[in-house]
Design a protein around this ligand. Sequence first.
Ligand code: CTP
Length: 131
Amino acid sequence: MKKVLTFGTFDIFHYGHLRILERASKLGDELIVGVSSDALNFSKKQRYPLYTEEERMHIVSALGFVNGVFLEESLELKREYILEHKASLLVMGHDWEGRFDEFKDICEVIYLPRTPSISTSDLIERIKIEF
Ligand code: CTP
């Protein structure tokens, strides 16, 4: 049983989110997703996501190829989350390339290419400008 773990905010869920989760799920037997909390996002970006953590977790957990979600409450707890969920593979988008190599002692770490031309920040900017 190969458990895959990935993390993200997944605010204003979009096609890039769908594609990374779908690809991650195909790399193992089970996909677990750590959805970063509202407080964690605020501490990183000084703004809250548009969708609440409950809404973002609900959306991600409704995907057929996602087997479980949990709230990621601290960036410092990645190692604990990997061990707690008995993950054998950590998947991240290539915007994080190299940043999680320190966990290669406890699981495999793979960075997948991002889907071009879409991001939550970009969507927010486009909506502000175009509507
Ligand atoms: N992701 C992706 N392709 C995109 C956008 C995101 O593969 N076009 C991946 C990221 O690499 C990450 C996961 O989706 O592994 C969650 O990313 P998140 O930061 O929540 O989404 P972004 O759209 O990048 O949000 P933001 O613009 O706020 O950084």
